[in-house]
Design a protein around this ligand. Structure first.
Ligand code: BTN
Length: 255
């Protein structure tokens, strides 16, 4: 297991987030589930919770998020967040992670990091209101090595060590933690628009045929200033905002 740089992360992040703490656990059901439990129980101080292993990791749309112990970086960050508009948050988070990890990582709307047509990382954002304050729990799973067998997955997996040889989960976390917090602070005051140009540079769907989970298909035309995906369909230009929608690039084998 890696030696986690909890102190270095704390030193980089605490000046940005008063009351911040870092916690590393060998095992938990899910870092998101745990932080949502704590938030609902009234915890309001920001915390970064890292798990070396999750027994019930969760993905978007009610899916499981599985990984073998040591094969991925899994963490969640809980913090009070009060943006005027929440739209585009997952895109800004994805952009921050990609920028921290490697120039060649692309973004697949709305929550995935991809490399060479394979999924490298996923983001699960949940929120809860505690009194008047809103807390966000930002969960991130990064594959470190490609799973030995990724045939069973909806999307084949990539591993960060393919792009950054020798990197381990602790080094990846140290790289991305403070920039992620800075991104969240910028998003809180200015929304998605400061991230739009950076998102466009890494937008993997731009100009590609895509299929939405409701079967509608069309040509992806990038995202607008709120982070909505624009898809040119047979019925005209559609603005896709729902976090319940999944999108995949259309391939020759797509029905
Ligand atoms: C997705 O790809 O659908 C999102 C995956 C998010 C996985 C991370 S792992 C850490 C955190 N805890 C969870 O249970 N899920 C997120």
């Amino acid at each position: 297991m890696p030696r986690w740089p909890a102190e270095a992360i704390w030193e980089a992040v605490a000046p940005l987030l008063p009351g911040f703490s870092v916690e590393i656990l060998p095992e938990i059901d899910s870092t998101n589930t745990e932080l949502m439990r704590r938030v609902r129980a009234g915890q309001s101080d920001p915390v970064l919770l890292v798990a070396e292993s999750q027994t019930a990791g969760r993905g978007r749309l009610g899916r499981d998020w599985r990984s073998a112990p040591g094969a991925s970086l899994t963490f969640s960050l809980a913090l009070p967040l009060a943006p005027a508009d929440w739209s585009g948050l997952s895109l800004a988070v994805g952009l921050s992670l990609a920028r921290s990890l490697h120039p060649d990582i692309g973004l697949k709307w709305p929550n995935d990091l991809w490399w060479r047509e394979r999924k490298l990382a996923g983001i699960l954002i949940e929120t809860a209101s505690v009194g008047a304050a809103r807390q966000a729990v930002i969960g991130v799973g990064v594959n470190m090595a490609p799973p030995l067998q990724s045939e069973g997955l909806r999307t084949p997996a990539a591993g960060l060590r393919e792009l950054v040889p020798g990197i381990d989960a602790s080094a990846a976390l140290l790289r991305l933690a403070a920039p992620l917090v800075r991104t969240l602070k910028t998003f809180e005051t200015a929304g998605f628009s400061p991230f739009l140009a950076g998102y466009r540079e890494r937008d993997l769907l731009q100009g590609r045929e895509v299929v939405l989970s409701d079967g509608v298909h069309g040509l992806a035309q990038g995202v607008d200033a709120t982070g909505a995906l624009l898809v040119h369909t047979a019925a005209g230009l559609q603005r896709v905002t729902s976090s319940d929608v999944s999108v995949r690039p259309r391939t020759d084998s797509t029905p």
